[in-house]
Design a protein around this ligand. Structure first.
Ligand code: GLN
Length: 529
């Protein structure tokens, strides 16, 4: 097996499976169901080794990823990396908290030792000359990268159906989408292939996949986590963040990747509080008492599935019973968020994607006797999928001299109005809530032919990106009509990410008491091979 395993349905996992004949898939299932926090404790106590933990996850990937297809590449160096952590621990070297804990990485992030395709053919096999800052920080924290996860091409989509390498399946129901664009990271965590993962969220690509796979996902405050080495979709909206099965695990990863980075000009220079401490404070009992929870009127109602609404209202009642003060708040301009986003995003994306010119990166389609422009055109024609082309055309049109004011200019004004709506809501409430997505996981093909229907899946998540405020998605139950996970979204003012972790951990505890354990324990068993 090589680090550059060819992407394709199940191929990365299958090549690993072939290299481990006689492996007993699933025999370490307890390690794959253990949280990152608990794995860290077991590793520190010397009760397990990082090699055992890493091997358990690689075996799980080999056993189920042929069906799930969460991974595009498996890290051939994972076991060696784990062995080095074990050796250092044995030698008494002081190690960071998550040393030896495995993690999956969305393929939008540059990694020195693995291809980084952003789900596109135009970057097939491209190995970056540097690590994204967040990846460098995982390595400095001595975490063990398991591999790169599948995604919609250049993070455009809500289902992973726009990946050039085939879709990822939802572990709760393999006939359904795992959300997008970060469906691979969410499915990896939900299918117990990784305890935690990194995603990126431009309009919901961490929170919506988390919602439909019963996972936790956080989009940090814009500028809170470095974008250096994250292949840009829309630079004023993109944020990297954690995906996990518990709020505390997301916080632990957030602490590793967050904080100022001089290589990102939009990185916030301030010091941040510990998100893990904030999450632990939420677990301590009465953390919701007196918290003003703003229910955003515009983020429910028409277009929301009945089961999403009923689970949401039960959760609000649970929060009220725990002492939260539920207030209705209004954000009148949220209605225009999707429209504004689909002008701003394509405008920025068309500019960011201009660098894929057949000369500097990846694919090059030769045109015998052709000009530079012919080669560029042929390469972009062959290398980009239909959704990427659609958005490049939309974006260049919105930025063209005659239409700039009418489209891009108006969208930027709407963006300001949405920011003001947030400011007004946060005068009445400490956190805002909504469902993370209007529906549970839909079937493959259901929205593929209708881009607008696909875009509307992000109505709840897009406002936070437009305003730069942090958002968290966490599982709040199963919809009665289809038995699929439903996500709760929490939002806080910019720089108040810690507030999300405290409230999120408190809500998680209430819900787990209600269910008698975590929601993920109710996920169906996947077929193993
Ligand atoms: N689904 C949204 C889109 O297609 C969000 C994407 C993202 O957050 N990267 O743009």
């Amino acid at each position: 097996m090589s680090a550059a395993a060819t992407p394709g349905a199940g191929s990365a996992a299958e090549s690993y499976a072939a290299s481990r004949t006689g492996s007993t898939a699933g025999s370490n299932s307890d390690l794959t169901r253990t949280s990152a926090a608990d794995l860290a404790a077991l590793l520190t106590a010397g009760e397990v080794s990082s090699v055992e933990v890493t091997r358990a996850h690689l075996d799980r990937i080999a056993a189920v990823d042929g069906d799930v297809h969460a991974f595009l590449h498996i890290n051939a160096a994972a076991i060696d990396t784990a062995a080095q952590v074990d050796a250092d621990r044995a030698a008494g070297v002081a190690l960071p908290a998550l040393a030896g804990v495995p993690i999956a990485i969305k393929d939008v992030l540059c990694t020195l030792d693995m291809p980084s395709t952003s789900g596109s053919k135009i970057l097939e096999g491209w190995i970056p000359p540097y690590d994204a800052t967040v990846v460098a920080r995982l390595r400095a924290a001595r975490m063990v990268p398991l591999g790169k996860t599948n995604m919609d091409e250049f993070a455009m989509g809500s289902s992973t159906e726009h990946s050039a390498y085939g879709p990822t399946k939802n572990p709760w129901d393999l006939t359904r989408i795992p959300g997008g664009s970060g469906g691979g990271s969410a499915a990896a965590v939900a299918a117990f292939e990784a305890p935690v993962a990194l995603g990126s969220d431009t309009g919901g690509s961490i929170r919506q996949p988390a919602a439909v796979t019963g996972s936790v996902g956080v989009k940090p405050t814009y500028g809170g986590v470095s974008r250096y080495g994250a292949i840009a979709l829309a630079s004023s909206l993109d944020q990297v963040g954690p995906v996990s099965r518990s709020v505390l695990d997301a916080a632990l990863v957030h602490d590793v990747i967050g904080g100022h980075d001089p290589r990102d000009a939009t990185s916030i220079p301030d010091a941040w509080p510990s998100m893990a401490a904030a999450a632990r404070a939420g677990q301590s009992g009465d953390a919701l008492k007196g918290v003003r929870v703003g229910v955003v009127k515009q983020l429910e109602g028409e277009g929301f599935q009945a089961g999403v609404k009923s689970v949401y209202h039960e959760t609000l009642e649970l929060m009220a019973a725990a002492g939260a003060e539920i207030v209705e708040v209004s954000a009148p301009h949220f209605e225009y968020a999707v429209a504004a986003y689909y002008l701003i995003l394509p405008a920025e994306a068309s500019s960011n994607l201009a660098k894929f010119d057949s000369v500097r990166f990846g694919l090059r389609t030769e045109v015998p006797g052709g000009t530079v422009e012919d080669v560029m055109g042929a390469t972009r024609e062959a290398g980009f999928g239909p959704e990427v082309k659609r958005r490049i055309i939309l974006g260049t049109y919105a930025l063209s001299a005659g239409y700039y004011d009418a489209y891009y200019g108006s969208a930027q004004k709407v963006r300001t109005l949405i920011q003001r709506d947030f400011a007004a809501c946060f005068e009445q409430a400490d956190i805002l809530v909504s469902p993370s997505a209007p529906t549970t996981a839909f079937k493959f093909g259901e929205k593929l032919a209708d881009p607008l229907a696909m875009y509307l899946n992000d109505v709840t998540t897009i406002p936070a990106n437009l305003a730069g405020v942090p958002g968290m998605g966490l599982p709040m139950g199963l919809a009665p009509e289809d038995g699929l996970p439903v996500g709760l979204q929490l939002m806080a003012p910019a720089r108040e990410d810690a507030r999300l972790y405290t409230a999120g951990a408190a809500i998680e505890q209430l819900l787990e008491a209600k269910w008698g354990g975590p929601l993920w324990a109710k996920a169906p068993e996947l077929r193993t091979r």
